[in-house]
Design a protein around this ligand. Structure first.
Ligand code: TXA
Ligand code: MG
Length: 311
């Protein structure tokens, strides 16, 4: 391979062609980059797990281009499903009971449910229209922060993995996951869509699933983590390294900025890049300012920081 041309950024046409031929391609979405494959390509699906170092009991999200594509998979139509799919395209994933023979075992990790998402990113949608449904976990090594740029993908997987680069992801954190079980919706994962409007729509508070069956297998404790040890405190002062806000004075020179303390969208957008920046700067310890509201998108940010700090 020539000196200049080592980065494997591919065109839209090339990405389509590779996916159809059973190859993996890192693709943009509005939340984070995904490590994508056509869902019926068994070898490609197996490579996703191998490449990420992901346990095979952790199922994948199936990305679809339209609500019409969803219904043939389903073994029942849950209460209020039309209300929730009316929110699509959005950073919202729905875990639903499926006809098992319609989704490969490896994709759903043997469960009788499948996670579905209809992404909002125009490039993802155009791609899905060409390739059909794509499985795509976040494009990061297992336990690492997700990737929100093509460079992040390359940090984790090297320059041989094809990446369809569409610039930084606008949301910056993963989709919110709702799980349907026995007549009720549960919050499988906090995410880019705040939980309060979803609760207003459903008419009841969202709780975490408790039964063994319906836990999000991927929500293990350590997750989204940089190499640095993180200490979560309110407005840290006179410590060597702070992950915090540009409108606060921490009495330090080394600030990894999440932007303004008044702007949760900006903080989510910058979050994984700043956690990854700690590693790029070989930082061993950092103090994270968690003095912000515990509602809306801030709640998702706090959850990610808690996990990144090892719980
Ligand atoms: O925003 C996103 O959702 C991104 C982009 C690429 O779409 N994808 C993503 O995928 O975050 P991943 O694989 O990193 O996270 C999916 C989560 C995992 O925690 C997994 O355990 C959970 O969804 N999950 C998948 N299928 C499930 C199922 N049938 N039941 C419960 N949890 C499930
Ligand atoms: Mg992930």
């Amino acid at each position: 391979m020539g000196g200049k041309d080592t980065c494997m950024k591919v065109t839209f046409e090339k990405a389509t062609e590779l996916l159809q031929a059973g190859q993996l391609v890192a693709i943009p979405t509005e939340t984070v980059y995904g490590l994508a494959a056509c869902y019926e390509q068994a070898e490609a699906v197996a490579r996703i797990f191998a490449l990420k170092g992901r346990p095979t009991h952790n199922p994948l999200i199936l990305h679809i281009a339209s609500v019409e594509q969803l219904y043939p998979f389903l073994s029942q139509i849950p209460d209020m499903l039309p209300l929730l799919t009316a929110l699509w395209p959005a950073p919202l994933t729905l875990v639903l009971p499926v006809h098992k023979e319609k989704v490969p075992f490896a994709v759903r990790a043997g469960l009788s449910t499948q996670a579905f998402r209809l992404p909002a990113h125009p490039v993802t949608r155009a791609l899905l229209a060409k390739t059909g449904p794509l499985v795509a976990p976040s494009a990061n090594l297992s336990t690492r922060p997700s990737s929100t740029t093509a460079d992040h993908v390359e940090e984790d997987f090297g320059e041989l993995l094809p990446v369809l680069d569409a610039g930084p992801c606008s949301e910056g954190v993963e989709s919110t996951i709702l799980i349907y079980q026995e007549g009720k919706w549960y919050l499988g994962r906090q995410g880019a869509m705040a939980q309060e409007p979803l609760e207003a729509l459903l008419g009841y508070p969202l709780t975490s699933p408790t039964g063994q069956q319906i836990r999000c297998p991927g929500q293990q404790l350590k997750h989204y983590a940089p190499k640095a040890t993180l200490y979560l405190v309110k407005q840290p002062n006179h410590v060597p390294v702070v992950v915090g806000f540009s409108d606060r004075d921490y009495g330090v020179t080394r600030l990894f900025s999440l932007g303004s303390s008044q702007n949760p969208e900006q903080a989510a957008y910058r979050l994984y890049d700043q956690l990854r920046a700690l590693d790029r700067a070989s930082i061993a310890e950092a103090w994270v300012d968690i003095d912000f509201p515990q509602t809306g998108l801030w709640r998702t940010i706090l959850e990610r920081l808690n996990k990144a700090g090892g719980g």
